[in-house]
Design a protein around this ligand. Structure first.
Ligand code: FAD
Length: 502
């Protein structure tokens, strides 16, 4: 470090690089000078287009204007994810964001629903959440500011779909306006201090040398600094999450954009559908052990609802995490820190949480102490393992037996941590969210139930409500949700009105 100003060098200008540059330039002020090196020739992966509601906190940190952000990225709003054919063919459920029904004291709503369902007196779980009902009816609006807590409209939670290339461009402008210096060029060599292995500079193909104190590796799957230089090592999780390829194809927009992402289970993986204002993103995430690239391309092309706008783009990955995301003076963010398939749109969120962790543990001048580094790595691992378990749940809890892929998933061993959560939920619908865990109770409940894990019991306090009142309570929640969704505008209408093109 020099003169109390940390020289931060971000290598890579995809979503991770520009998110980091934007957040640092907004928060670190005079404590840091920020340079970003990227290579147009290498380009970006360009496929991360669906997010989770936490991204709103990131946008707030940057002070972005939502309407402008949505218009400039051809964005749409996302209330949740529809899962088709996951439990079995023909079956559909929705993981909606936000809360569900109406908790009573300490007892969450879904406990009342379980009792009603076990007695044959409750409808589908998705009927009790404003997010899921609105999603299925193509409606959208944010929670009004002045609604009382009892009104379900107050519990609307949402994220965005956006064009990844436009998002990187949008953030680039934001960061450059706040002093981030961008350097175009390919890193040819990484220089290190022979005494401690710290990275001192990156040298570009044109001979330029960019020096720094703290290096942020945002070089994508390559992990140029974290692996190439620091040799962190990679922990492979593909025995639990066997998909290792994707075939991505954008197609022309047909009809109004849905306010949700769709995930349809296929023979050897699943296909995403992400609606944007100007096109629809599609892709088949699959396991190369069970399907060839040609078969994957044919399947995704045969299942588009609009004309393909490009040839299928193949992508390869290995699910897992870098053993240490922070080593010496290198912190990996984005794909360089590891990757889990986009089933629950967790990657961009993990970039955001990595940035936030780093800002919380930001080292003082010249003091990259192991106490900071270790805590960063411990928290990153905790977050990744909980997300991993949540993703595995979708595969493991299936009744599908129509392909070798699904037979493998249904019968594979799973982490003990996940098995313990499934056992507790099956017993009486209970679940514990540990601190800093990304997905909360309502998410786990919707996916457990959606995948067919129906509890055999419920919390004993539910019995304090007389049976006749329980039926009335469930019916009234359902009715109030439905009536409130009636008041919401169509998603496309909302975008046209509130987020007009610049
Ligand atoms: P990249 O976009 O690959 O950027 C790497 C950068 O490093 C580029 O700028 C490149 O030029 C630069 N670079 C590399 N080497 C050098 C070098 N030698 N010199 C100079 N520069 C260099 N996430 C979600 O949250 N939601 C989703 O819906 C989603 N869908 C996905 C679907 C698929 C199939 C895949 C594979 C990923 C998906 N992701 C999703 C993840 C998401 O795409 C990434 O998290 C996000 O795009 C961040 O990528 P990145 O910036 O780490 O890497």
């Amino acid at each position: 470090m020099s003169n109390g100003t940390t020289k931060i060098v971000i290598v890579g200008g995809g979503t991770a690089g520009w998110m980091a540059a934007s957040a640092f330039s907004r928060t670190l002020g005079q404590h840091a000078s920020i340079r970003l090196v990227e290579s147009e020739e290498i380009g970006i992966v360009g496929v991360g287009e669906a997010t989770v509601p936490h991204i709103k906190a990131f946008n707030q940190l940057l002070g972005l204007n939502e309407a402008q952000f949505v218009a400039r990225t051809q964005g749409t709003f996302k209330l949740g994810i529809e899962f088709r054919d996951w439990r079995r063919k023909g079956d559909t459920y929705v993981h909606g964001f936000g809360s569900m029904g109406h908790d009573i004291g300490l007892v969450p709503f879904h406990q009342y629903w379980i009792k009603g369902r076990l007695r044959g007196e409750a409808a589908d779980l998705l009927d009790y959440s404003v997010n899921t009902v609105a999603a299925m009816r193509g409606k959208f609006m944010p929670a009004p500011v002045d609604v009382p807590p009892s009104n379900p409209l107050g519990s609307i939670a949402y994220a965005y779909h956006f064009d990844a290339a436009l998002y990187a461009r949008f953030l680039r402008q934001f960061a450059e306006e706040r002093g981030v210096r961008r350097t175009e060029g390919k890193v040819r060599e990484v220089e290190t201090n022979p005494e401690n292995g710290y990275v001192t500079a990156v040298r570009l193909e044109n001979g330029d040398r960019v020096e720094g104190d703290l290096f942020i590796d945002c070089t994508g799957f390559r992990g140029l600094l974290i692996e190439g230089t620091c040799q962190s090592g990679y922990e492979d999780w593909s025995h639990w999450l066997p998909c290792d390829r994707a075939m991505a194809v954008p197609c022309a927009k047909v009809g109004p954009p849905t306010p949700y992402t769709r995930s349809t289970a296929r023979e050897a993986g699943w296909q995403w559908r992400i609606p944007l204002q100007h096109r629809t993103g599609n892709g088949y995430v699959y396991s190369s052990q069970y399907l060839s690239d040609d078969e994957a391309a044919a399947t995704v092309l045969g299942n588009l609802d609009g004309v393909a706008l490009a040839d299928p783009k193949p992508l390869r990955f290995t699910t897992g995490i870098r053993r240490k995301a922070w080593m010496r003076n290198v912190v990996a963010l984005g794909l360089s820190s590891g990757f889990m398939e986009p089933l629950e749109s967790t990657s961009i969120h993990m970039i955001q949480s990595g940035i936030s962790r780093l800002l919380q543990l930001f080292p003082a001048t010249g003091d990259i102490d192991p106490v900071l580094v270790d805590r960063y790595n411990e928290q990153s691992r905790f977050e990744a393992e909980r997300i991993r378990d949540f993703l595995i749940l979708h595969y493991k809890a299936t009744e599908r037996d129509d392909s070798a892929f699904w037979n493998h998933c249904r019968t594979m061993p799973i982490p003990e941590s996940l098995q313990a959560n499934i056992d507790l939920f099956r017993h009486s619908g209970r679940f514990f969210r540990n601190a800093e865990e990304m997905f909360g109770l309502v998410s786990w409940v919707q996916v457990m139930v959606g995948q067919g894990i129906m509890p055999t019991g419920y919390h004993p306090l539910v019995d304090q409500m007389p049976d006749a009142d329980l039926v009335k309570f469930l019916a009234s929640v359902r009715e109030v949700v439905s009536k409130n969704v009636d008041l919401m505008p169509a998603h496309e209408q909302f975008i046209a009105r509130e987020c007009p093109a610049p």
